[in-house]
Design a protein around this ligand. Structure first.
Ligand SMILES: *Cc1c(COP(=O)(O)O)cnc(C)c1O
Length: 403
């Protein structure tokens, strides 16, 4: 079988950190990817919220190739144009005042934690160091981001983890006063939790967090690594909730498929970083920045946020209908825009395998939540097709269980 050699090389030479699905991908275009055997899949996972504009969007590919012919890398000791233009476009479209570019979501959160602590420190609040994150959160795999990720299974064996990290119940407004104190430097929260199972923050909860931060001098950090860049129907997730954070972190879809991340902050907060305080060799690498600039331009110029909101509404209504039809399989449908979670009463893994068989890519998070992160270019017909494949998979899982 084609692709077998790739699988064997992988298992022999790559560290065993992922239990991969048995598919080798070789090509992508729009909402579709093809495996080594030529089988075509409708991609409703989008490389985990990365391929916002689908695979190999022409504007993104053009930006990458023309930049690659000019300049690949010089380091942050010099000025480069793609970084400057990208920062301007982000800032003018809701990305607060100043940007720091990095390479991944974990790195963005790591930097945001450092920025929050340095901000407090520079203001003379040396007592404010605690970072409070939420239950079911996911902020990344580096030691700091991992400490803010309240998931004992993925922390196990890596201790001692950095101290000064605490967790509070997601959406538990009544616990807020208990969680915050004079040592709180910042709250770190995903407005819509992704890996934790697609849980949306309540508007009231975010408003209460904002008010608590304003009272105490703590900062509010939104991790929009997954839910940002138009995913939930506004360019930045905070705009959907009407609550403005002090710091936003971005990554995943930002580069339209290339690795790039960002920390966006208000001027007052950003000023806490002075030369030498933070850095990263590849941050805003010209090729990655050119890809991100092209992606962001397309998102804004073609008004994709509006399309995401509309398509998301359609998708979610389809799943509500499926839930009515199969209440013994679907427990709950959650999400915003094109970030949707379907909480199952059945084994998620076998449902995913059946979708793969039928040519649909989806995955499961938090054990039992089918997560959909389709590209913003999907059409109604593609939504219908995905829903019918999932319905087919549900029927087969039901038959097997004799439901
Ligand atoms: C994926 C993710 C991260 C980590 O991003 P990496 O690029 O994998 O380091 C952090 N926060 C959220 C909300 C994510 O979804």
């Amino acid at each position: 079988m084609k692709g077998e050699a790739t699988k064997q090389l992988h298992s022999k030479y790559l560290m065993n950190t992922y239990s991969r699905y048995p598919i080798v991908f070789v090509r992508g275009e729009g909402a579709y990817v093809w495996d080594a055997e030529g089988k075509k899949y409708l991609d409703f996972l989008g490389g985990i919220a990365v391929n916002l504009l689908g695979h190999c969007h022409p504007s993104v590919v053009e930006a990458i190739t023309s930049q690659a012919k000019e300049l690949l890398h010089v380091s942050n000791l010099y000025y480069t144009e793609p970084a400057a233009k990208l920062a301007e476009l982000l800032s003018l479209n809701g990305g607060l005042d100043k940007i720091f570019f990095c390479n991944s979501g974990a790195e963005a959160n790591e930097g945001a934690i450092k920025l929050a602590r340095k901000f407090q420190w520079r203001r003379g609040h040396r007592e404010k160091y605690k970072i409070i994150s939420m239950t079911h959160s996911f902020h990344g795999r580096t030691l700091g981001a991992l400490s803010a990720t309240a998931k004992p299974q993925i922390q196990e064996g890596f201790g001692p983890l950095p101290s000064g990290f605490h967790t509070m119940g997601f959406n538990e407004i009544e616990r807020l006063d208990e969680a915050i104190d004079e040592s709180t430097a910042a709250f770190l929260i995903e407005p819509i939790q992704g890996e934790g199972g697609v849980h949306c923050a309540g508007k009231g909860f975010l408003e209460a967090l904002r008010a608590a931060c304003d009272r105490s001098g703590a900062l509010l950090i939104f991790d929009e690594v997954q839910c940002g860049m138009g995913r939930c129907g506004t360019l930045f997730a905070y705009e959907s909730f009407g609550v403005r954070p002090d710091i936003i972190t971005l990554a995943k879809g930002m580069g339209g498929g290339l690795p790039i991340g960002a920390i966006c902050a208000t001027d007052a907060v950003a000023n806490a970083f002075q030369p030498g305080d933070h850095g990263t060799t590849f941050g805003a690498n010209p090729v990655a920045a050119a890809a991100a600039l092209a992606t962001l331009r397309v998102l804004i110029e073609e008004n994709y946020s509006e399309r995401v909101a509309r398509m998301g509404g359609y998708l979610i209504s389809k799943f509500h209908a499926l839930q009515q039809k199969y209440p013994d399989v679907i427990r709950e449908v959650r999400g915003m825009g094109l970030m949707i979670g379907i909480e199952l009463r059945v084994d998620g893994a076998s449902l995913v395998a059946k979708c793969h068989e039928k040519g649909l890519l989806v995955n499961v998070v938090a054990g039992s939540v089918l997560r959909l992160l389709p590209p913003y270019i999907i059409t109604k017909e593609e939504v219908d097709r995905a829903v019918s494949i999932i319905e087919e998979a549900i029927k087969r899982v039901k038959n097997k269980r004799g439901l």
